[in-house]
Design a protein around this ligand. Sequence first.
Ligand SMILES: Nc1nc2c(c(=O)[nH]1)N[C@H]1C(S)=C(S)[C@@H](COP(=O)(O)O)O[C@H]1N2
Ligand SMILES: [Mo]
Length: 256
Amino acid sequence: MTRPNDPNRRRFLERSLLAGGALLLSGCDRVTRSDTMQSLFDASGALTQQAHRLLASRESLAREYPAQDIAPEFRANGTTDPSSDLYRRLAANDFNDWQLQVEGLVDTPERFSLAALRDMPARTQITRHDCVEGWSCIGQWTGVALGDVLDRVGVRDTARFVVFHCADRYSGGDLYYESLDLREAYHPQTLLAYDLNDASLPIANGAPLRLRAERQLGYKMAKYLMRIELVDSLDHIGRGQGGFWEDRGYQWWAGI
Ligand SMILES: Nc1nc2c(c(=O)[nH]1)N[C@H]1C(S)=C(S)[C@@H](COP(=O)(O)O)O[C@H]1N2
Ligand SMILES: [Mo]
């Protein structure tokens, strides 16, 4: 039997990590549809996730940067201006009428206004955002720990995933959504962010609230959050793969 700290096994896992990483280097816009590639994605996803969890401790933190590294302008990608009537109405009134709905497998479903979220303990972190398209950008995010919001509503024992429902439709016309497991959701750097670089989140970057999951690739970080749903399975959400891009061939586990 090989143990996790066996050097041979560790080298194997490191190689697997690199292989998983290389597969990720296809662009956000280049969607792979072949079955072979799909199963490779699935297999490398599971392996990468296992490898990460053996090599990195449960609580390992994403690197944080000094203020001088903050990019003058944080690049925007994907949807940059949601077009739905509802979103436009909310934006026109500075998101004063916006509420985050938290529901599903929770004890007390609740709606949070932006003011209510700003009243909760805040965390600020300067991190690097990595998009699979091959660009990175360093920015400073301020928000409330997702774990604190989850504790407020009480997560039921049967819940396994947190699903983030967004306001925008992207190519294909589906609503953007994403999901995390509870371990990633309770990571101390997983935030519901309302400020970027000390100012309210711009619309291009996900106003009024977006997810930051700093150990994951950019596509996991859902913008324009409307609703958070606790579920025991991802099968019945979207097309069943756990996210808008996952439904189009990307890995659900996007750890970096
Ligand atoms: N709702 C929503 N969230 C989204 C996207 C999107 O199109 N819609 N694009 C994703 C991708 S691929 C990236 S790289 C980041 C981009 O975030 P930014 O616009 O702040 O750079 O948001 C992610 N979250
Ligand atoms: Mo991305």
